[in-house]
Write a protein that binds this ligand. Structure first.
Ligand SMILES: Cc1cc2nc3c(=O)[nH]c(=O)nc-3n(C[C@H](O)[C@H](O)[C@H](O)COP(=O)(O)O)c2cc1C
Length: 180
């Protein structure tokens, strides 16, 4: 697929089909993430794939509540990738502190997008979930207290035939050349 075409096709999916995702496909999505660049090549991530039906239902429930219910759709997702931010090397940690920029979160954002783009290539859909009950997911997956979960990605098949029109700022409002 032409790369821009792939980018147009990637969209947040919020209505997954009741169909298991093959692990071979998940492995290729993970390989795409593994190849991501990162500050000082720190690779500050660990991916926990949750595809066991009972456990994945519990993860889904940890992404919404009565009060904040916009992630209720996560219950339809057959799998999740939980991305734990960890193992920053000294270079990235020190550089991030001095420059006051959380490089590890930039790294994880890139790795997450690699995952989502490969998912499109595999005929799958994703939705990144930034809203979740971190404590609950850490308990469910035995993630040590000191670690942070940066992002959860819902993953699965869907039957959206054509991508929605993208709602984006136009190029003229976000781009300048040679000055602010
Ligand atoms: C860091 C991050 C967190 C997000 N969290 C959520 C979320 O909790 N729930 C949700 O439905 N969508 C979430 N999204 C998806 C965005 O709403 C979506 O990417 C944006 O509206 C653009 O739409 P598109 O992905 O379909 O192109 C998140 C996206 C990112 C990058």
């Amino acid at each position: 697929m032409d790369f821009l075409e792939l980018l147009y096709r990637r969209e947040s999916i919020r209505n997954f089909l009741d169909r298991k995702v093959e692990r071979t496909k998940i492995e290729r999505c993970l390989e795409a993430s593994r190849l991501s660049p990162s500050a000082c090549n720190s690779q500050p991530w660990r991916f926990i794939i949750v595809d066991e039906p009972n456990l994945k239902s519990e993860i889904a429930k940890a992404t919404f509540s009565k009060l904040v219910s916009f992630n209720r759709f996560a219950q339809t997702a057959p799998a999740f990738a939980v991305i734990v931010a960890e193992n920053r090397n000294l270079g990235s940690k020190f550089g991030g502190m001095v420059k006051d920029i959380p490089y590890h979160l930039i790294d994880i954002g890139i790795a997450a997008e690699h995952f989502c783009l490969q998912a499109v290539e595999e005929g799958l859909g994703t939705c990144m979930l930034g809203w979740f009950n971190e404590k609950r997911i850490k308990n469910l997956l035995d993630i040590p207290k000191k670690e942070r979960i940066a992002l959860v990605i819902a993953l699965g098949y869907h039957d959206n035939k054509e991508p929605r029109k993208k709602i984006r700022k136009d190029l003229d409002s976000i781009r300048t050349y040679n000055k602010y």
